[in-house]
Design a protein around this ligand. Structure first.
Ligand code: HAM
Length: 415
């Protein structure tokens, strides 16, 4: 029978790569907790309508990339393509806005988008994200960027640069949309059929187009930053001030609009090292809570793509030495397990091979699998209350007594 394969665009995580991911996850979570963020976990499956009404019906994510399905009761459900909509849904459903003036959440988990798989683009990918709900001051936007910057710095990632823009409030967006339409009308025949449709339905989405010709036309289009109202301009100025006094490297990208409809005012993406794709992105979404049936509550957040960060993250040296337990015979296995328990309590990582093999065979396996240390016991050692510790690199052997085994192992392995 042919072997099963993982679904296209989805991957298994194990070994060194998973170890890397776990280090990244830990830094993300610990850094967010230092800023007072609380973890929130929401289901992977939500009603499709939640994303239609938040991310937007005419976005690529909802229109082309959502994993939709109908359950046995005929409900239209989706695998979440992102986390923000679910957080806002939970925030409203659980009345969390009544508990805290400013709510700060972080989340981590898989997201799903039926995009064309390529380097840095998967159909199941993981995001670490944060959302601040309840704060309208531009410094909240600044804090979200600062936190993302701190996470990347703590991960020792180099050449970090934020691209920022403001797409204004809904009034600014409306005004800009008609300006953009006026401009695009001149090129309508040269735009792809998707963009021609976008012009009618949701014109800002032309900025998501990946077609060469459309991109050329859009590059020369009017800039939203030039048309912002005073309130939005002021918000953007204060946001930039925050970045400057926090020494966060940034540049303005006047064409950045992001591929989700819920944004208002600040939008940003972050790039680092030689990763061509944005490793994270976010922005303000002051109207989403209300759009989803809640009160008027401003909000801002970001999400970081784990696959993209792990591409540029350098794993730290493994600190803990691992020991391979070789116990020859039933008696030795039982005694050996007791010793292992004592050593594990001290933080040593020990694996036991319970299979009956010859010593030579055990050592061959330990060597092949890169074990650094072996702890060996046979009949003789049991009789004399001794244990052998073998350094696999130098082949040096130490005979240790049962009584102070932990101290002896600690002294030799030095950890
Ligand atoms: P997004 O820009 O769609 O924003 O995704 C954020 C990050 O997720 C991207 O910068 C990228 O690193 C990663 N990502 C997205 N799609 C893929 C993919 N197909 N394969 C691998 N990685 C991917 C959001 O999702 C917003 N919810 C962020 C946000 C939070 N805005 C406010 N709060």
């Amino acid at each position: 029978m042919e072997k099963f394969k993982a679904v296209r665009g989805m991957k298994d995580l194990y070994g060194e790569e998973l170890r890397k991911w776990k280090e990244i996850e830990k830094v993300c979570m610990e850094t967010a907790e230092l800023f007072g963020y609380e973890e929130i976990r929401t289901p992977i499956v939500e009603f499709s309508e939640l994303f239609e009404r938040s991310v937007g019906e005419s976005t690529d994510i909802v229109e082309k990339e959502m994993y939709n399905f109908v359950d046995k009761k005929g409900r239209k459900l989706a695998l979440r393509p992102e986390g923000t909509a679910s957080i806002v849904r939970a925030y409203l459903e659980r009345n969390l806005y009544q508990e805290r003036k400013i709510a700060r959440f972080y989340y981590y988990g898989p997201m799903f988008r039926y995009d064309r798989p390529q380097k840095g683009r998967y159909r199941q990918f993981y995001q670490f994200g944060i959302e601040i709900l309840g704060g309208s001051h531009p410094f909240f936007d600044g804090e979200s960027v600062y936190l993302l910057f701190q996470i990347l710095k703590n991960l020792n990632i180099k050449n970090i640069c934020f691209e920022i823009n403001s797409i204004g409030c809904s009034e600014c967006k409306r005004r800009f949309s008609s300006l953009l339409r006026e401009y695009l009308e001149k090129y309508k025949n040269q735009l792809c059929s998707d963009c021609q449709r976008r012009m009618e339905k949701n014109i800002l989405r032309v900025f998501d187009c990946k077609q060469e010709r459309c991109r050329e036309i859009i590059k020369e289009s009017p800039k939203i930053l030039d048309t912002l109202c005073d309130g939005c301009k002021n918000h953007f100025e204060k946001f930039k001030q925050y970045l400057e006094f926090s020494s966060i490297p940034y540049k303005i990208n006047p064409h950045l609009v992001r591929g989700l409809d819920y944004y208002t005012k600040t939008v940003y993406e972050v790039f680092a090292e030689d990763e061509k794709n944005a490793i994270g992105g976010g922005g303000r979404y002051d109207e989403l809570v209300e759009q989803l049936g809640g009160p008027k509550i401003p909000a801002v957040g970001f999400a970081l793509g784990m696959e993209r960060v792990s591409e540029i993250y350098r794993i730290s040296e493994r600190k803990k030495s691992s020991i391979y337990g070789i116990f020859l015979g039933e008696e030795a296995k039982k005694e050996g397990m007791k010793i292992c328990e004592k050593l594990r309590k001290e933080g040593f990582v020990i694996k036991i091979d319970y299979e009956d093999r010859s010593l030579k065979n055990y050592l061959k396996i330990a060597d092949r699998e890169g074990e650094e240390w072996c702890i060996i016991m046979g009949e003789d050692e049991i009789k004399n209350n001794k244990v052998i510790l073998k350094d696999m690199k130098s082949s040096q052997q130490y005979t240790l007594s049962y009584q102070n085994i932990v101290e002896e192992v600690k002294r030799i392995i030095k950890c």
